[in-house]
Design a protein around this ligand. Sequence first.
Ligand SMILES: O=C[C@H](O)[C@H](O)[C@H](O)COP(=O)(O)O
Length: 309
Amino acid sequence: MLLSLKRVSLTFRRYTSTMPLPSYSSTPLPPPLSTHPSADDGKPKIDMEGGSLPSPEASKSSVEQAKRFAAWEAVDRHVLPSHKIIGIGSGSTVPYVVERIVQQGDERNKDRVFLPTGFQSRELIVSSGLNLGDVDQYPTIDVTLDGADEVDHKLNCIKGGGACHLREKVLAEAAKTFILVADYRKNVQYLGTNFKPGVPIEVVPFAYAKVLQNLRHILDCPKANLRMAVAKAGPVVTDNGNFIIDAPFDQERMKEPYTIMAQIKMLTGVVEVGLFCHMAQAAYFGNEDGSVTARRVDELPEVIPAKTQ
Ligand SMILES: O=C[C@H](O)[C@H](O)[C@H](O)COP(=O)(O)O
C-alpha cells in the first residue's frame, strides 16, 4: 500500500510538468507507411521515413518514445484477437498505435476493419495495408484508441487540437471500449493545466461570429477565438468543412468539464465540443523514463516499468 502511494505521488509530480505542448501547426500530415522486418524483434515495423510520421531522429526523442510506449502498451492490452472492428484516432501519438497493430501480423489483421477519425488516420490505415471501413457501416466498434490534448484525474479529456474531435467523438461513443494514449505532459489533475489554447469547438461556418459572441458574453469566455490556419489565409477548415473556435475557460470552471461541455453544446451553430467526459475506460501515459502510467476510472494509477522493447 505504502509502495503504491509512493508511486502515485511520484506519478503526480510528473503530471505538473510545464514542458510546452506541441502547437496545432506542428501536427504533421501522415506519411506513406511501409513495413519491414525488424532486426531486433523479428516483427514488422512501420517505416517512419518521409512525409508526416515522426522522423527516425524525432521518434528517438523522449517525448516520442513516451508516445510509443503508451501506444504499444494500450494496443497490447486492449486490441485483442477477438476484436474485428477497430477505431483509429488522430494526432501524433496514434501512428504508434497503428505501428503496434501492424506488428500483430497479417493473419490477425486480415479479418479486421479499421475506422478512421479523419483524413490523417484514413491515410495511416490505407498506407499500412489495413482494411478501411467507416462508422456508417459499423456503428458498433470493439475498441477505439485515440490521443488526447490533456486528460484529467477522472479521465475526462480535451481533444481537437488537430480539429478532428467531431469524428473522434462519434468513434469514441460507438466503441465498447475507448482508450486514450498520450505522453506524460498530458496527464494532469485538472484540464487546462498545460494545454492553454482552450476547448476546441467545431462550428458551422456561417454561425461562427454568433457563437463567438455567445461564448464571450453569455458563457463568459472573453478570449474565445476563431482558429486561424498557418499555411493558408483564413480560418482552419475541418475535415467536415466547418470552423474551429478555441475557448479558454479559467481553471476553476475547467474542474467541471461536463458543465462547460453541456453549456457550449447548447449554443446554436455548435457542431461538437472537444471535451470528452466520462467516455474513456483507461488512459496510458508514456513517461520520460520509459515506464507507462495506466489509469482507469476510480482506480489508483498503475506504473508499468520500462520494458526492453
Ligand atoms: O484533433 C486532434 C485530436 O484530438 C488528437 O487526438 C489530439 O490533438 C492529440 O494529438 P497528439 O497525439 O498529437 O498530441
